[in-house]
Design a binder for this molecule. Structure first.
Ligand code: CU
Length: 354
């Protein structure tokens, strides 16, 4: 039934209560869906800022949202008022003809200019506030976007890790962004805005977290291939002393195997293809990075670009079926290479690397 032509009453042309009710119901449903989408725990919330950069950005968002809401209410209100108040009625005379109104025209030129100028000033002030601080105390991290996982190097601390970025609370962290493949984008919504990671172009950005906390989700925010959506990472904000403990542990070479199954796993790792792509400090050394450094693999929460929780079952599934879990990844599936007990040994060994 074409409801636009339905139920038009002769003395109220253009007014269809049923249409209005349907539009109202649709709007309610849409806003309810939009609100229900917020606040799920895995979703990083840019408005739930955990550091000064994200807080400034959230402030700008609210300011512009409030200005835009006021403009929307005023303009839509005037529009609706005019539509209803001055609608055509039967026998209504022809409206008064106007050929312009100088005062009105000046007003609706100046008012939007002033509003946009306020937005411009607030935006520029925020951008200047986000400029990288020259801070000699900054912790330096190099984040390298691979397809499809993140490598984190701490050049001053001789640490190389993957998937999980540890930073100390309250300290400026300067992040140098590198890629040797395609363009990625580095984004930790609760700590700061996104910055592109471009091959051959050395971008950098900075982060700072107010207090120990996390894990905060980070993600690649630029389409970079089939598994782009599975290129997440985790940021953990430590207290100064916890961070020192983490650093000291990460600087150690891998823990040597202490019992038979672990020895078996270490042997399989060293004799198989794994050493061709993965480095374990104290076991092998690679000239070019292909896969994540696994020296302290057991200490990570999430693995394989944040796709899986680091549990024994997930790790076993990953080694056996990497191509099913993350199709197109550089890591082959080893399900038919190893026996079940060999897989168990590899898993036990990697999980022992705390
Ligand atoms: Cu990416």
């Amino acid at each position: 039934m074409p409801f636009l032509s339905h139920g038009r009453s002769p003395d109220r042309p253009g007014f269809q209560p049923r249409t209005a009710r349907r539009v109202g119901a649709a709007l309610l449903l849409m806003s309810a869906t939009a609100i229900a989408g917020c606040g799920t725990s895995k979703t990083p919330d840019i408005l739930n800022a955990k550091g000064p950069i994200a807080a400034k950005e959230a402030w700008l968002f609210w300011l512009i949202l409030i200005i835009a809401t006021i403009v929307f209410v005023l303009v839509t209100g005037a529009l609706l008022y005019s539509i209803i108040r001055f609608r055509a009625r039967p026998d209504s005379p022809a409206p008064r003809q106007l050929a312009g109104n100088t005062k009105l025209e000046i007003a609706w030129t100046i008012v939007p200019s002033v509003v946009l100028f306020i937005v411009l000033v607030a935006t520029i002030a925020t951008m200047l506030g986000l400029a990288q601080p020259t801070n000699k105390q900054a912790l330096r991290v190099t984040a390298i976007g691979h397809q499809w996982w993140w490598e984190f190097q701490y050049p001053d601390l001789s640490i190389v890790t993957a998937d999980e970025l540890h930073i100390p609370a309250g300290q400026v962290v300067q992040i140098d962004l590198r890629s040797d493949n395609v363009i990625h984008s580095f984004w930790v919504p609760q700590l700061g805005g996104k910055t592109d990671v471009i091959p051959g172009h050395n971008n950098s950005m900075w982060l700072q977290a107010d207090a120990p906390g996390g894990p905060y989700r980070g993600e690649c925010a630029e389409f970079c291939g089939t598994q782009h959506a599975n290129m997440d990472f985790t940021v953990i904000v430590d207290s100064a002393s916890t961070f020192q403990t983490w650093v000291a542990n990460q600087q150690l070479p891998a823990a040597p195997p202490t019992q038979q199954q672990l020895t078996q796993g270490a042997r399989l790792f060293a004799q198989g293809q794994c050493v061709g792509c993965h480095q374990i400090n104290g076991v092998n050394k690679l000239a070019t990075v292909i896969g994540p450094n696994l020296t302290h693999f057991g200490s990570r929460i999430l693995i394989a670009g944040g796709v899986l929780e680091n549990t024994r079952d997930n790790l076993r599934n990953w080694i056996a079926n990497a191509q099913t879990v993350k199709n197109g990844s550089d890591m082959p599936s080893f399900g038919s290479t190893y026996s079940s007990s060999d897989l168990d040994a590899l898993v036990a060994y990697l999980e022992s690397l705390k």
